[in-house]
Design a protein around this ligand. Structure first.
Ligand code: APR
Length: 268
């Protein structure tokens, strides 16, 4: 890790008044949740054109229901089994030292599980179901419910139960309107970002003096605009990633770099 960058990061954090921590899939990698674009990531196994839009998911449901079930299983099972890791804990610790807003692209709820209070989920949450009309949250899944759903999906994918049996089971377990009025609170490609989360995220970035970007490839807009917006308004931007990132880059896994940074900046 570049010593100069580490010194810049520690001093910036020590002197910060308002911090934004912008996270992507990399911050949850050490919790066992695959990223999207790394080797073995979601989009390398499930093509986005089939699985990253509502139309693609509907077409796949109608033409290849077992493949869709396999995709959903691969999404929900790691989240159901995940626990927050040292990176999430370190981010929560920063929030105990400084006014901190976490702006996350992740849908796994692990920042909240680690104790971060102000979390903006700009790509939604796998743990929430909304009414498409009102946008109101109509159900919040417990991780145990996701585990039960994964077990049912795994049996269907393995050919141990029929699609009808799976659907009947789901309707009994989750009394939701599966005719289209209720759906997971997820922002897919082509969707507008979740509000008020996105507007609040933009405001937090304009007001911060330090933005720490953790575990994101910066491949998806408008979320990827946030670090540049922070730089443009004069904030110090620090990036944490095993892969090279322009600017003040701390190389390494989030679960190692963030706890060390917090220890250097705050002494514990
Ligand atoms: N610690 C820190 N960073 C890591 C780690 C780790 N242990 N492991 C991987 N990374 C980094 C990778 O090097 C990469 O830069 O995390 C990043 C993951 O990039 P992506 O897989 O593209 O995930 P993300 O940036 O969150 O994707 C953004 O794209 O498909 C959409 O909605 C989806 O929210 C997602 C968005």
């Amino acid at each position: 890790m570049d010593t100069d960058h580490r010194i810049i990061a520690v001093l910036a954090l020590r002197n910060a008044h308002r911090v934004v921590i912008f996270t992507g899939a990399g911050v949850s990698a050490e919790s066992g949740i695959p990223t999207f674009r790394d080797a073995g990531g979601f989009w390398t196994r499930f093509p986005p054109e089939k699985f990253a839009t509502w139309d693609g998911l509907l077409r796949t449901a109608l033409t290849h229901p077992r493949l869709l079930a396999e995709f959903v299983l691969n999404v929900i099972e790691p989240v159901a089994q995940a626990h927050f890791n040292a990176a999430h804990a370190a981010i929560s610790q920063i929030g105990r030292h400084l006014p901190t807003t976490v702006v996350t692209q992740n849908i796994d709820g692990l920042h909240q599980a680690a104790g971060s209070a102000d979390v903006l989920e700009i790509h939604g949450s796998l743990l929430e179901v909304i009414d498409v009309g009102s946008g109101d949250i109509v159900h919040r899944f417990q991780r145990e419910e996701l585990t039960a759903m994964a077990t049912s999906l795994r049996r269907y994918v393995a050919g141990e139960q029929s699609l009808l049996s799976l659907l009947m089971q789901m309707r009994r377990q989750y009394p939701l309107d599966w005719r289209g009025r209720h759906r997971p609170n997820l922002v897919l490609f082509g969707d507008a970002l979740g509000e008020p989360a996105w507007s609040r995220a933009c405001t937090a970035v304009e007001d911060c003096d330090v933005l720490i970007s953790v575990g994101t490839s910066g491949a998806v807009y408008p979320a990827a605009l946030l670090p540049a917006r922070a730089t443009n308004q004069g904030a110090t931007v620090i990036s944490i990633d095993p892969q090279p990132v322009a600017g003040c880059w701390l190389q390494g896994a989030a679960g190692e770099v963030l706890p060390a940074l917090v220890l250097d900046a705050f002494g514990h």
